[in-house]
Write a protein that binds this ligand. Sequence first.
Ligand code: PEP
Ligand code: MG
Length: 617
Amino acid sequence: MSKSVPEKNARSSGSAGSRRPPQKKEVLFHGIPVSPGIAMGPARRFGQSEIHAIKPSELKRIPDSQVEQEVELFYSAISKTEKELASLTDKMNKGGVDENTTDILEAHLLIVQDKVLHNDVIGRIRKNHISAEQALNLTIRHYLDVFSSMKDPYLKERADDVKDVANRILNNMTGMSRSTLESLTDPVVLVAKDLTPSDTALLDRKKVLGFSIENGSRTCHSAILARSMKIPAVVGMQRLYDKVQDGDSIIIDGYLGMVILHPEEETRDFYREKMAREKELYFDLLKESRLAAETLDGYRLKIAANVDGLQDAGELFSLGAEGIGLYRTEYLYMNSAMMPSEEVQFGVYRKLAESMKGEDVVIRTQDIGGDKNALFTSYHEANPFLGMRAVRLYGEYPNIFKTQIRAALRAAAFGCIRVMFPMVTCMSELNHLLELVETCKNELRKEKIPFDEHLKLGVMIEIPSAALIADEMAKKVDFFSIGTNDLIQYTLAVDRTNERISSLYDPAHRAVLRLIAMTVEAAHENGIPVAVCGEMAAAPEFVPFLIGLGVDELSMSPVSIAAIRKVIRRIRRSDAEAIARKALKEGQTADAMREARKLLERAVPDLVNVISHKIEQ
Ligand code: PEP
Ligand code: MG
């Protein structure tokens, strides 16, 4: 696929013929491609607002006739926010979450109902003739200044609560609350400043043709979800949001990481044709989906799917998945005010296991934290990826682990379930988790509830410390799964969600490759298999590296399976090993990368420019 047609048009004046109304000039934007596909349609902006400082020069005087409308707007936002918080508190109470969380929500409700706040905002609207939005901003900034000058640390912390509440009111005022995402009526291309993973999980595939956001990277969870939901997406798309208006015509090219605003007819034709070719190529790929993922010289790999909820097993099989290598269970928690009960989880796991008809289903215990927040975790952390995440939550919420393990143990009696633990850093953590599994088994035995006594347990190797003691961990578990998304971030100290430093996010860094090599060696010496379930497994250019390093299984978004299977079937393990050996040698990694790309160009020329989208940005 060539980039030339849209670029050529983007530089053109965009002048329309004399009889047509003047057309807005076509503009091309470049970002990071994270989810393949093309989306064409009307734009819809989605931007959550935040309380911010306003300079006097930015204050806009509104006409007299608008003053009372702004007061009304403020009251209606207050009432929406009240309802939102009351319903959240109610759900939390029913869900049995800890008292601290509901206390916080109740305190937030009191702030929303505070008459001093109401009078201050309304006073500013009426006296200064400014909009409700500006009046709220000014009032809250004033409160925050007062809080920050206080000595008492407790009162200082209350500033965060006031800000949280004010942001809620602001978003209800500007119509940009999350309910906007849930209530889209017609298909749109979403252009947002940011979409959190829980926002993304709310998207309706039929209504959101594609999306573009300002921040993010290929391994942020919104991007991973977009691939799983088959929504074409481009992230790291700076400058676009402010240039777009609702209803503008827009195209998202999720292969090349481009967005074309106000596309001309010629560009639209080009993309219509590209979509048709994409379909053909996909159809072609699927012809091989039932054939073994085996290299030309007989090295057989297993290809599995990464999923984030109940998935249509028939579709997974037809795409070529030989099982589920990673089920990200945290999505069960994320948009729900209640923790999913053991029964709910048991039902989901059992259904998934049964639908996979004897193929493995690897359930990863929840990995809440980092960029994935649940409603019941309301931490404000300076470094969330280094903070309360995954197994680290168990100190505060001891029941989450046991509920999940009991559900998995029970569901395993109905299919091939395995369980793995994310974010494990040391042996004492792993030993503690293994002991808790034993406790759950004892409980179920006593309660005479059937479960799988031999449930296979694995650990994710996604923190350098775990890779460095992989030899010790391998003696305790039945399998490893390397989470390269985090392994790269933690090895290179590059936040996986930060587009500003995404060029430093290098999967082919020798430090990363060495850690993978160590992990594979430790696993094989102890007779256990090792999978890769991070995005590296879905990037064709890294498949030779992973095969060369001796990985046994690759697990990825379903949308990538057919292409990766084809790559495996067209290359030799011996070539891959030579590339991996070279990549591990000082000064030769870049050469190895070039060789891997050449190998792909020879082996799968049709794929190289279409399905392939680079993991490094
Ligand atoms: C990983 O870190 O590579 C992984 C698969 O887990 P997640 O992307 O959910 O952190
Ligand atoms: Mg991870």
